[in-house]
Design a protein around this ligand. Structure first.
Ligand code: NAP
Length: 272
């Protein structure tokens, strides 16, 4: 019987590339999405779009119930959905702040809450969380996004202990910058931070275009899809793995240098 995979945030980017690769490899893939229309061209019968609202436990539970009704199991969960809020901390609105965490952090927890009992009872499972190299590194204007990814790293570390006795493996992938719809469609900017009169104007005009340019010229989402396949196939895969040029540059540097030296290197690199 084919392994059953549930992936969140699959209308584009890494989620889409992973869903397509795994379906091609014979996995039954449930592609969680707000936008099932994005799959109208889909010709692979192993790739099944499923409606998913990450802000609603009910919506998530219904999707999980549907998968279990059809296949009696979920072997692999990939928590991929996420977006980036670009805002200074002083400008961020209550709503922006809560929504960033609602999708990037609470969304991950809600899906885990729903899927873990299934994996626990079947005594096997793999959970792969897509965090970011920014889940280990701070940057100005990205405190909300980066801290949400630090949280995903923390969830991964804690769940590894919590679930090991049930034969459930938990991993995170920390991508560098990748050319997906992330900067083209899913970066949300705070209007005050980006206003001409903002005291952060110089920082915004230096850093924001550089980050967008680096994302849009980043690695291919197919590399993340391949890494997900590698994790599934290798029971001894690392707890956390980097993929993409920026992650491979900064994460080892962070491990090697003192906090202050690392900060200096980041400031030099981004002209901060
Ligand atoms: N691109 C990068 O440089 C980069 C680097 C490091 C980490 N990441 C992380 O990698 C993951 C995938 O991103 P990607 O680069 O593939 O970007 P993407 O093409 O923008 O895809 C992100 C997916 O997340 C879902 N999503 C976005 N905003 C959402 C919202 N407000 N509510 C619910 N779902 C939402 C969407 O799924 P549906 O439309 O199907 O619902 C979308 O397909 C994200 O967690 C991102 O933070 C990206």
């Amino acid at each position: 019987m084919s392994d059953v995979v549930f992936i969140t945030g699959t209308s584009s980017g890494m989620g889409r590339a992973s869903a397509e690769l795994l379906a091609t490899k014979g996995f039954v893939v449930y592609a969680g999405t707000r936008d099932t229309k994005a799959f109208e061209e889909n010709k692979n019968s192993n790739l099944i779009p499923i409606k998913l609202d990450l802000t609603s436990q009910k919506s998530i539970d219904e999707a999980v119930k549907e998968i279990v009704k059809n296949h009696k199991k979920i072997d692999i969960l990939v928590n991929n959905a996420g977006y980036g809020l670009v805002s200074t901390v002083e400008d961020v609105s209550e709503q922006e702040m809560l929504h960033q965490y609602d999708i990037n952090v609470f969304g991950v927890l809600r899906v885990c809450k729903s899927v873990i009992p299934i994996m626990r009872e079947q005594k096997s499972g793999i959970i792969i969380n897509i965090s970011s190299f920014l889940g280990r590194i701070g940057l100005p204007l990205l405190a909300l996004y980066n801290s949400s990814k630090y949280a995903v790293e923390g969830i991964t570390d804690s769940l590894r202990y919590e679930l090991k006795d049930f034969n459930i493996r938990v991993h995170s992938i920390m991508p560098g910058f990748f050319d997906t719809k992330f900067a083209r469609q899913n970066l949300v900017v705070n209007v005050k931070t980006f206003d001409e009169t903002s005291p952060y104007k110089e920082l915004v005009s230096n850093l924001a275009p550089t980050i967008v340019e680096q994302i849009n010229n980043g690695n291919s989402a197919n590399e993340v899809a391949q890494m997900i396949l590698d994790i599934i196939q290798n029971p001894n895969f690392h707890a956390h793995e980097t993929v993409g040029d920026k992650a491979k540059k900064f994460i080892p540097m962070k491990k090697e240098l003192s906090d202050e030296d690392f900060e200096r290197r980041v400031m030099e690199y981004y002209n901060l």
